[in-house]
Design a protein around this ligand. Structure first.
Ligand SMILES: Cc1cc2nc3c(=O)[nH]c(=O)nc-3n(C[C@H](O)[C@H](O)[C@H](O)COP(=O)(O)OP(=O)(O)OC[C@H]3O[C@@H](n4cnc5c(N)ncnc54)[C@H](O)[C@@H]3O)c2cc1C
Length: 469
């Protein structure tokens, strides 16, 4: 492949940062080729739709169709089902490219779709219904989504409190409330997580189900937010009886699904979407700063040392975040025989992806931080023109804020990392099951005898109630 300093953008070279800043050494020739094609589709279809979607809130169906035509809507689907069998580095690059050259709203749609698709791929073998669905993702343009976040537990999306599933004659009765679901009302299939049909109070006992639009009460067109206008992350309610083969995996398999499919893909793609968005902000900043000149000095904004410092500082942070993400994705590929999903057929308990969890969390923190800080700095570099809508950097800034907030938020993720680093993996306590004994004993020591006796009586009656039940 001929190396040029800039990707082609229509008739001209791309006006943003040059390719010399691309960590292309992580990519195979095949991945570089599909990236070129995706950039061409971004220029022709996806970027124009990004502007329309932001202005009108229209769901970017044309973008989804373009991704399916390119054969990357089913990127994670193994080749034996007709997919690209793309590895983690490839998925990262595709999401990053889409956010940078195309549309961040579409990148988040792509992310939630791919995350859900990985959940299906993880347990597809032996389930003819799922095998058929995943083999038609590109040919039938089947965009899906992950309906996980519970309204009562917020960004702790792995903790579905207001949900449940029971066995019924026809299959499963699934009940779920999801506060946010990207592609709400537009997805052609939904992956959702509830407590298991065997649930007895342990919130790590989860199950995953596949549903179709007529089984889902998607609150379509209720999405009204600061940014990401086109991605329609509205609420969803489910109260449906579905056939037996629509459980993905088996009762109690939900935590494994999170560890091996949902989380690894989510963190790879968080990094892709928000590093790409940060690069998009730098691209706009460069184009404007090098073109806008001040007549009194005959110099451009880019000539100011403060601008150069801002660019150097932002680019350094974004490159660090990108290299972190590519390196983490590359190691995922190494541990999974280049992104294979086959090991789970022979050994359903295999956990090669989960063995990287502590490395996945910082990838999201770094990318969301880079996106927010870089888009803020680039808007400042562009001045009043950046504040206006014409340059697109204000849209990038509004879209970028979602990264910090999306689950787990950067605050929650940093707490998870910090706890893990200080006290070990068990201390993370995903489902709030470990008793904090120092706190408990400290609070008990504040009680007088009367209060202690009242507490003993209350605990006794509670234990009797649960024993009777
Ligand atoms: C654009 C967009 C798309 C989305 N798409 C989907 C989707 O497709 N599927 C899906 O399931 N969800 C989706 N979500 C939901 C998202 O991932 C989060 O779960 C959701 O935004 C959390 O919102 P909340 O108001 O419940 O936040 P909360 O969880 O209530 O958090 C509020 C604040 O409290 C802080 N906080 C929370 N817990 C702690 C703690 N333990 N310690 C310290 N601080 C804490 C948070 O950092 C935050 O600042 C989407 C969200 C957005 C914005």
């Amino acid at each position: 492949m001929t190396e040029t300093l800039a990707h082609q953008w229509g008739e001209s070279p791309y006006g943003g940062l040059n390719r010399e800043w691309e960590p292309e050494w992580f990519l195979t020739d095949d991945q570089r080729a599909i990236q070129e094609q995706l950039i061409e589709v971004c220029e022709r279809v996806i970027r124009p739709q990004a502007i329309i979607g932001d202005r009108t809130g229209a769901y970017p169906q044309a973008n989804i169709e373009a991704l399916a035509e390119l054969g990357i809507l089913g990127a994670v689907v193994p080749k034996k089902y007709g997919g690209r069998g793309e590895n983690h580095v490839g998925i990262l690059m595709l999401t990053e490219t889409l956010a940078r050259y195309g549309c961040p709203s579409t990148a988040v749609i792509y992310m939630m779709h791919m995350v859900a698709l990985a959940g299906l791929v993880f347990r597809a073998p032996g389930n003819a219904h799922i095998e058929d669905l995943i083999s038609r993702i590109d040919s039938d343009c089947l965009v899906g989504t992950a309906s996980y976040t519970d309204p009562e537990t917020g960004g702790h999306f792995w903790y579905p409190k207001t949900s449940g599933a029971t066995r019924v004659e026809e299959g499963w009765h699934v009940r779920k409330k999801a506060a946010w679901t990207t592609s709400c009302g537009y997805a052609t299939w939904y992956l959702t997580q509830t407590t298991s049909p065997d649930f007895t109070g342990d919130y790590s006992d989860l199950a995953v189900f596949l549903l179709y639009p007529d089984e889902v009460d998607a609150k379509k067109d209720q999405w009204d937010a600061l940014g990401m206008h086109a991605n329609h992350s509205g609420p969803v309610e489910i109260n449906a009886v579905i056939p037996a083969d629509r459980i993905v995996g088996w009762p109690g398999d939900g935590a494994a699904s999170n560890d091996e499919a949902i989380d690894p893909l989510a963190f790879v793609q968080y990094a892709g979407a928000y590093n790409g968005l940060a690069m998009a902000a730098l691209d706009v900043g460069k184009q404007h700063a090098t073109q806008r000149s001040h007549a009194q000095y005959g110099r451009t904004i880019a000539d100011y040392a403060t601008t150069q410092d801002t660019f150097g500082s932002c680019l350094t942070d974004v490159l660090a975040s990108r290299l972190y993400a590519y390196s983490f994705a590359q190691e995922l590929d190494r541990r999974t025989d280049n992104g294979s999903w086959e090991m789970y057929e022979a050994d359903p308990d295999a956990r090669p992806r989960a063995s990287m969890t502590q490395w996945s969390l910082p990838a999201k923190v770094l990318a969301a931080k880079a996106a927010w800080e870089t888009s803020d700095k680039m808007l400042q570099v562009c001045g009043g023109r950046g504040y206006g809508k014409g340059l697109e950097v204000e849209r990038i800034l509004r879209d970028g804020k979602a990264g910090w907030i999306m689950a787990p938020s950067n605050e929650v993720t940093r707490i998870l990392v910090g706890k893990w680093a200080l006290f070990g993996a068990d201390a993370v306590d995903w489902w709030n099951q470990h008793v904090d004994e120092p706190t408990l004993n400290n609070e008990l020591s504040k009680l007088d005898n009367e209060q202690k006796n009242a507490l003993i009586a209350r605990l006794q009656s509670e234990t009797e109630e649960t024993t009777d039940a």
